[in-house]
Design a protein around this ligand. Sequence first.
Ligand SMILES: NC(=O)C1=CN([C@@H]2O[C@H](COP(=O)(O)OP(=O)(O)OC[C@H]3O[C@@H](n4cnc5c(N)ncnc54)[C@H](OP(=O)(O)O)[C@@H]3O)[C@@H](O)[C@H]2O)C=CC1
Ligand SMILES: O=C(O)C1=N[C@H](C(=O)O)C[C@H](O)C1
Length: 238
Amino acid sequence: MPDAPEGDGPTIGIVGLGRLGSALRSACRSDGRRVTLTASRRGGWSAAAVPEVLVDASGPEAHADVLDYCAGHRVPLVACVSNLTEPQWKALAELAEVVPVVRATNLSFAHYLQVRIAEFTAALTTGRFETTTTVRERHPLGKAHRPSGSALALADTWAAASGRAVADIADERAGLPVSEHELTHTWGGESLHVRHHVADWAVPARGALAAADWARTAAPGLVTMRTVYDDLTGRTTT
Ligand SMILES: NC(=O)C1=CN([C@@H]2O[C@H](COP(=O)(O)OP(=O)(O)OC[C@H]3O[C@@H](n4cnc5c(N)ncnc54)[C@H](OP(=O)(O)O)[C@@H]3O)[C@@H](O)[C@H]2O)C=CC1
Ligand SMILES: O=C(O)C1=N[C@H](C(=O)O)C[C@H](O)C1
């Protein structure tokens, strides 16, 4: 059940109360944020008030309902589901014509740094310094799809920045939550591993709250977490 709204302040709706959605609800409670809508497959939708931002932490099956809700109530969306279909990604872009939409492939701050490091590495490894680059991801057993959305995004980042495709994407299902993503750059006789490890569901939950705060005051349009963290780091370093 959602929390009853009281007083002023940002209100959040959470679709999906699994690993990510539950962690987000806990983060909202610790932060004093009010969750005015929750939804799950078994529990259906339940709203005490229209939230200022909706966070979708469910699955592709909920996508049509999420889009209808955001369009109908003009609510910004933080879209965390990583295995949408191509038509669903397109529909998300269409929703962004009327409300702000954050496409959150990976909510963690250090994933943002990993992406920026990949771009920096690509810029320096040209000509005689060219590398063979691979991606590895690991999640616990039970993750719904493979490879992860973040692994595919890292491969796309590398291809766009270097002009060369990654040589392999390895997906492993083992070990403890939450995730590992590693870019390995290999030359003759040496290699560089840039590994991001998330050990607590509170990490993506915090990222979702940062994205929700950002989306609440944004203009309609589709952005990624890169835009959100570019903006937040710019503000804190100036
Ligand atoms: N962007 C990021 O950084 C992160 C993204 N993710 C992504 O978030 C998504 C969720 O991950 P996770 O929490 O592990 O998944 P879980 O399987 O633990 O939870 C999924 C939740 O979605 C609900 N759900 C499924 N279908 C519907 C529907 N039709 N309507 C309403 N609710 C529905 C389920 O309801 P019920 O409980 O009733 O079955 C469940 O509560 C995945 O795509 C994952 O890849 C995850 C972590 C970080
Ligand atoms: O399902 C998960 O757990 C995660 N999913 C996202 C992905 O597919 O990239 C983000 C992170 O890896 C956790």
